[in-house]
Design a protein around this ligand. Structure first.
Ligand code: C5P
Ligand code: C5P
Ligand code: ZN
Length: 476
């Protein structure tokens, strides 16, 4: 059943597509500005492909973040038609103020919008319809719905849109929900994707099963996480070999019987080790396989595909990621595999830094915070903050705020919360905006994951205001 809110937003997409069609009749060049993470790359590629199919000249580029300065720079290029994707909703005022009046602007985003009205630009955002942009539709989902409104033949892009949603962890409840489910239905209709109930271990297609178990920290599996030998023995006791026909076994290779045996044994073992059953059961959920991609490649599993795109984006090789989404499977694909390897080892190193510097995570009233200075790159500080919070080594559960220094000498801030905290009223996007503006910076995002940039030396002031706002939100 499609909800009223979904119906309303789809109507808005149809109207936006109609306006766009009329404007693009004389084949003006269309500029697409998108975010540089997995969701943004997938979103940019979906729009790029859809416009290319219409025979329109399109120029797509990605940004780390849309800041006031970047809006000013874009304005200098005097674009005729511009589409902001997976960013823009937090900067409507600046967009209106700086872009020339003749520029036709489309903002297709899922971040919490600024309050400002938006006369003169087309702004489609789930929050305007009471739809949760942090969980029910991603930037690439918004791009896909626009592409589908332009032309029904673009339904074959639905699977790629879901790679973006998974990149933004929109499956955190155990499966895709809301509009993402409608998009999943489209992807299934065209035979692009399969959804299965399975263990949600990272690396279903490419990591040997015993390694996937060893590396799982969300949830933490007492006795197994971090211990290769224990994982090998655990599997051996269940009659699951490490290798078959001389090939290492991956999770995706298991037959149903072995899969069930392993799932039950893992949940039992966690519960015996005092992991609350609701966390233990989180290890099972829906996983998504892209059926047109080769087995045992990171492109076959949506989670691994998203990590590959994050690897490209975070290494500032956005165009490689975009080429992969658009179907390139030769030279650039091999380069992307190297970026992925690099990215994974950088994240592992950063996580090890956290373990070695556990005392740097301060428990400060309503939140935790740590400052990684130049030890963790500002491109991955958000991912590391998510890992720290989701591994649940911190107790009680509070939001986490992570600082790191950028190469330009500013401070990048990433904050992450949990579903429980959101239900209690936490809104990190609002807290990041409030606290950063108080110290002359900029910030925003989602209720559960948000970020900011401030000048060095303003960290204490920022924390003071973040605490005031978070205390207000949680009424404590
Ligand atoms: O800019 P964008 O919306 O694409 O990024 C969303 C960010 O929020 C991602 O970095 C994603 O990892 C993070 N997120 C999270 N936990 C959630 C939902 C999103 O860390 N439950
Ligand atoms: O950078 P990070 O992954 O921590 O960002 C979390 C979320 O906050 C992302 O959706 C990002 O787009 C958003 N964000 C923002 N404004 C900033 C920094 C981050 O809207 N200045
Ligand atoms: Zn996004």
């Amino acid at each position: 059943m499609v909800s009223n809110a979904t119906r309303e937003i789809l109507k808005e997409f149809n109207e936006a597509a109609q306006v766009f069609r009329e404007l693009s009749l004389d084949k003006k060049t269309i500029k697409v500005i998108t975010h540089n993470d997995a969701d943004g790359i997938a979103a940019g590629a979906v729009i790029h492909k859809a416009l290319f199919r219409e025979g329109l000249p399109v120029h797509t580029r990605s940004l780390k973040q849309l800041e006031s300065n970047s809006v000013r720079d874009i304005a200098k290029e005097n674009p005729e038609i511009i589409i902001f994707s997976d960013l823009g909703s937090g900067k409507l005022e600046e967009i209106k103020k700086h872009l020339p009046e003749v520029t036709k602007v489309f903002v297709l985003d899922h971040h919490q919008p600024q309050k400002a009205g938006c006369n003169g630009l087309i702004h489609v955002n789930p929050h305007n319809h009471g739809i949760d942009g942090a969980r029910e539709v991603s930037g690439s989902g918004m791009a896909y719905l626009f592409a589908r409104a332009l032309n029904q033949n673009n339904k074959d892009l639905a699977g790629l849109a879901l790679v973006g949603a998974i990149g933004d962890i929109q499956d955190s409840s155990g499966k895709l929900i809301g509009i993402n489910r409608e998009i999943l239905k489209d992807a299934m209709d065209v035979g692009m994707i399969r959804a299965d109930q399975d263990l949600r271990l990272y690396g279903r297609q490419t990591r040997p099963l015993y390694k996937a178990l060893e590396y799982t920290t969300e949830p933490f599996i007492p006795g197994l996480s971090g211990s290769e030998n224990a994982c090998i023995n655990f599997l051996d006791n269940l009659g699951i070999p490490i290798k078959e026909n001389n090939e290492l076994i991956m999770l995706a290779d298991l037959d149903n019987d072995k899969r069930k045996r392993l799932t039950n044994a893992l949940i039992m073992s966690m519960i015996e080790n005092k992991v609350p059953s609701k966390f233990a059961e989180n290890i099972v959920g829906e996983v998504y396989t892209l059926l047109n991609e080769e087995r045992r490649t990171p492109l076959r599993d949506t989670k691994e595909f998203a990590t590959l795109l994050n690897g490209c984006g975070r290494n500032e090789q956005y165009s490689i990621g975009m080429a992969i989404v658009l179907g390139e499977r030769s030279k650039l694909y091999f380069q992307s595999l190297n970026l992925l390897k690099d990215h994974k080892s950088y994240i592992a190193k950063s996580y090890a830094w956290i373990k070695e510097n556990r005392e740097k995570i301060k428990d400060d009233e309503v939140l935790y915070y740590f400052h990684a200075k130049e030890d963790i790159n500002d491109n991955v500080i958000g991912t590391v903050a998510s890992m720290v919070l989701n591994s649940r080594v911190l107790n009680p559960i509070k939001p986490i705020i992570a600082f790191s220094l950028t190469t330009e000498g500013d401070v990048k801030i990433s904050s992450r919360g949990t579903k429980e905290l959101i239900d209690m009223g936490l809104n990190l996007g609002k807290a990041m905006q409030f606290a950063s503006e108080k110290v002359g910076g900029e910030g925003g995002g989602h209720n559960i994951a948000a970020g900011a940039k401030i000048g060095e030396g303003n960290e204490e002031g920022f924390l003071k205001y973040a605490k005031i706002e978070i205390r207000r939100q949680l009424s404590v």
